[in-house]
Design a protein around this ligand. Structure first.
Ligand code: ADP
Ligand code: MG
Length: 275
């Protein structure tokens, strides 16, 4: 059975210029143990889609199911890692990991213990009392990852988690995330990651789902059948063939949207559809 099912999700936002259609009939499902990457042009609704899956935002129509049940509000079973980390500057690394546990009512000694365990897992032992200000970008994202995992979710959502990091740091953190995904001791084994970096998506995913320019629709998907670990494949023809397949779908998404534009958009070509 699927862990997450996105069914015909459509979403609009009201703006000063009228309503904008951001997601249109988005459907896909994600199985247990799967690592999914969502790619698409900037502004196509990827973050909005993740927020809907996380229960932080409601779809106008369609729904998202978690193990068969509609998601209507945030649940500790599905947690998120943010692009800009989302740490509280006035709390230490350890306290930041404790925040969602505290919200769930986990008593102080227990949540400290859990936070320490997860801080260690992401390689930050010794930085318990350090404030975000004194951590590098990569270290902040390690805290963000630990905070999301400390709730022991089934599903981890990641919104461009490496795109604000330098390439060397990003490379290290990609490996860390893949190790966490493959770690049989951890309960979190369904990963959905947004990326606009096609090579990163092909490196990490079992399946890359490609979205069109806004309004975001699913254009197609590419199954990545490269063996793991994949670092030795990064210069391989086969790896680049997958990258080309994803890029071809992205290009198809551009054309398809242009062809459709007179239908879904108004004449002021500002991509704003007035109602
Ligand atoms: P992506 O993550 O793919 O870059 P987003 O989901 O962030 O795209 O945004 C999709 C579109 O929806 C953008 O045009 C953005 O400006 C708009 N948008 C996102 N959130 C809101 C909001 N709360 N109110 C109005 N417009 C929004
Ligand atoms: Mg985004």
């Amino acid at each position: 059975m699927s862990v997450v099912e996105v069914e015909n999700v459509t979403k609009t936002f009201a703006t000063d210029h009228g309503k904008i259609l951001v997601l249109e009939n988005v459907s896909f499902s994600v199985g247990n143990d799967e690592f999914i990457c969502l790619v698409g042009p900037s502004g196509c609704g990827k973050s909005t889609l993740l927020r809907i899956i996380a229960g932080l935002e409601r779809a106008d129509s369609g729904r998202v199911l978690f193990r068969g049940q509609p998601i209507e509000k945030p649940t500790p079973k599905i947690t998120m890692v943010f692009q800009l980390f989302g740490l509280l500057p006035w709390k230490t690394a350890l306290e930041n990991i404790e925040v969602p546990l505290e919200v769930l009512g986990v008593p102080k000694p227990n949540r400290m213990h859990i936070a320490e365990e997860y801080l260690r897992m992401v390689g930050l032992e010794g930085f318990e009392t350090t404030y975000p200000h004194d951590l590098s970008g990569g270290m902040k994202q390690r805290v963000g990852i630990a905070r999301a995992l400390a709730l022991k979710p089934d599903v981890l959502l990641m919104d461009e988690p490496f795109s604000s990091l330098d390439e060397l740091t990003a490379k290290t953190l990609r490996e860390l995330v893949l190790n966490i995904w493959q770690n049989p001791v951890l309960p979190t084994n369904t990963f959905i990651m947004v990326s606009h970096n096609v090579e990163e998506a092909v490196f990490m995913a079992d399946r890359v789902i490609v979205m069109s320019r806004r309004p975001g629709r699913v254009i197609g998907e590419v199954h990545i059948d490269l063996p793991r670990p994949r670092s030795s494949y990064l210069r391989d023809k086969e790896y680049f063939r997958y990258v080309d397949d994803v890029v071809a779908l992205l290009e198809k998404g551009e054309t398809a949207t242009k062809d459709r534009s007179p239908i879904s958009l108004t004449a002021d070509q500002s991509e704003v559809s007035k109602r």
